[in-house]
Design a protein around this ligand. Structure first.
Ligand code: IPM
Ligand code: MN
Length: 360
């Protein structure tokens, strides 16, 4: 297969983990005879510094023309404590999602048996937990009508507004994605909403009941978001496919990621109407930049998701096998290394995995 990949390394640890992701992609492509070409493009704080825009048109063009985008991370502390900064790195991420029509964000929460003790939850609760969160990514409060903090004459004080808007087709298409995933898994969908309070959630639930009836082989349950957040730590194994709106999904997937023991392990895919994007769910961790300590596994597993998107299952499987082998051989970055274990950096873990793939 010929694959044209847009490479958006972004900020902080982004370039370091991207280097390992691309090395793994190359190793797998060589092994299976795929031809891959790359085009790098600017995004995030780095793009603001260079061209004044966190998602420049040129980058959009590169993404649009590619078969897939491999993305690392964006964000820089110099913007964090300045809520009124005119341009922010995160706006680049939101622009990318909107412009590429990436309405479905797929975030698997997979636990590794050899790492369960790293989880803040009890081992016996975490062991075997394996679910995916399907987060709607281009609607809701993130993109609804907004009013930035403004002085309101009538009130005599400032006010601000975000609107949690959803239309039926937006809800319908993301639910269908969830049911398609469920068919490949344990056939269990949990629709997470706040239908006891929010009108937008009542639309979600109405549409969900209709879509559920089209998939009689799938078990559906409906859960309020507050309850879901509790259930996730009480009984993470309950879930198979969870589907929810943008803001709830943002919050629940951070909660999900810490169940596994390290945020550095979780990849994601965002798909929609144009080029799909594959990225780790962790951020740019600016404090670790250049220190060769960031875990490259989430980036590498994002490459596995990329291959799987194109139905290249064996390629994805080999990456997963290599990642598991590295963990089982204690070839691990510091945050998940066993006590007294050898020190492996970002590069060393990446090279070990590349070697494993070459020899396989
Ligand atoms: C995420 C991030 C983004 C989000 C931020 C950086 C805009 O937290 O991908 O989950 O809120 O969606
Ligand atoms: Mn988030």
């Amino acid at each position: 297969m010929n694959l044209k990949i847009a490479v958006l390394a972004g900020d902080g640890i982004g370039p370091e983990i991207m280097e390992q992701g691309v090395a793994v992609l190359n190793a797998v492509a060589t092994k299976f005879g795929h031809k891959v070409s790359y085009e790098e493009a600017l995004c995030g704080a780095h793009a603001i510094d260079v061209v004044g825009d966190p998602f420049p048109d040129e980058t959009f063009k590169v993404c649009e023309e590619a078969d897939a985008v491999l993305f690392a991370s964006v964000g820089d502390p110099k913007y964090d404590n300045n809520p009124s900064a005119k341009v922010r790195p995160e706006q680049g991420l939101l622009a990318m999602r909107k412009k590429l029509g990436l309405f479905a964000n797929i975030r698997p929460v997979t636990t590794f048996d050899c790492l369960v003790h790293k989880s803040p939850l009890k081992d016996e609760l975490v062991k075997g937990a394996d679910f995916i969160c399907i987060r709607e990514l281009t609607g809701g409060m993130y993109f609804g009508k907004k009013q930035e903090p403004t002085y309101n004459e009538t009130l005599g004080t400032e006010d601000a507004l975000d609107t949690n808007y959803y239309s039926r087709p937006e809800v319908e298409r993301i639910l269908k994605v969830a049911y398609q995933y469920a068919l490949q898994r344990k056939k269990h969908v949990t629709v997470v909403d706040k239908a006891n309070v929010l009108a937008s959630s009542r639309l979600w639930r109405k549409v969900a009941q209709e879509v559920a009836s089209q998939y009689p082989e799938v078990t559906t349950d409906y859960m309020y978001v507050d309850n879901a957040s509790m259930r996730m730590i009480q009984e993470p194994r309950f879930f198979d496919v969870m589907v929810t709106e943008n803001t709830f999904g943002d919050i629940l997937t951070d909660e999900g990621s810490c169940i596994t023991g390290s945020m550095g392990l979780l990849p994601s895919a965002s798909t929609g109407t144009s080029t799909p994007v594959f990225e780790p769910i962790h951020g740019s961790w600016p404090q670790a930049k250049g220190l060769n300590i960031a875990n490259p596994l989430a980036q590498i597993l994002s490459v596995a998701m990329l291959f799987e998107y194109f139905d290249l299952k064996k390629e994805g499987d080999l990456i997963r096998e290599a990642v598991n082998a590295s963990l089982n051989s204690n070839v691990r970055t510091p945050e998940i290394q066993v006590e007294g274990g050898a020190k492996y950096g970002t590069k060393e873990v990446g090279s070990w995995i590349v070697d494993y793939i070459k020899k396989a």
